[in-house]
Design a protein around this ligand. Sequence first.
Ligand code: PLP
Length: 349
Amino acid sequence: MTVRHDPRLKGFASDNYAGVHPEILQAIADANGGHQTSYGDDVYTEALQEVFRRHFGDTARAWPVFNGTAANVVSLRAMTAHWEAVVCAETAHINTDEGGAPEVAGGIKLLTVPTPDGKLTPELIDRQAWGFGDVHRAQPKVVSISNTTELGTVYTPGEIAAICAHAHDLGLLVHLDGSRLTNAAAALDVPLRALTTDAGVDVLSFGGTKIGLLYGEAVVVLNPGAATGVDYIRKTFMQLSSKMRFVSAQFEALLTDDLWLRNARRANAMGRRLAEAVRDLPGVEVPRPVEANAVFAILPKDVTARLQKRFRFYTWDESTGEVRWMCAWDTTEDDVDAFAAALAEELGA
Ligand SMILES: Cc1ncc(COP(=O)(O)O)c(C=O)c1O
């Protein structure tokens, strides 16, 4: 096969730009060979349930799916009836970056709340958690939060516990979009269950792709009473993988020997290193806290344009000139230093 890209080239656009961790590729190779029953009745998917219970507690059950948007849509559909709605931050991925999939494909009404930092609080939830029993209003049923958030911030176990207690008092369930849950747990140095099961989260979308998998995310039901029909919904939403053994084997590798933690610690450490390297450069403002692997910065627009010719990254907000830089499990100190040096050069140009 012809290698068609330069494998030394890395950017700061997204942790999705990174390749596959060698231990994950090895797990796929190990699961290869011979025949296994398709559609999830294979030995890898069976073993995976025990792996998820080890991390998330005895009641956890996981359903692997292809991507994060699907994990969210399947989770939320399984948690709501047709007349019910989901309260989320205005900046939530389910609201801003899923092409309307929760609404269009899932038929789920989103009730959004503006937040200063991407995080909901019990008070902010109350802006939308009202109108119970009013037939004219979609009935609030789920609160969905993301950890890490789309703005790179991290909810602590205490903050999530307060949200869950408040939601449950109102008769609402809690869904957590954990596309980057590993980064959040590594940032706080807590186990995965501290931010989910132990805090009272009912259903989790658990991310794998951004932290070293080839592909794969999972719907993880932590409270068995909170979701119904996940088996059927996953199929209806075209997320039942016939060769599921290869998704399950990847998750088993990720959740064994602390691979998730090693990868997340590296990505987060590179985020911190990048923030420190650029923070004091004249013309650069780092307007948000850097709590995991995302760094936001406001730059002069001509500098952004020139730097983007050298490294891939996205503009977050055209109106303010804010850009987003993401570090991945494979970002190195040299990558960060080269990028910071290029930024300094462009600022001086
Ligand atoms: C917070 C969050 N949730 C969910 C997703 C799911 O994404 P995808 O459907 O692209 O796998 C992403 C991807 O960027 C994300 O950042």
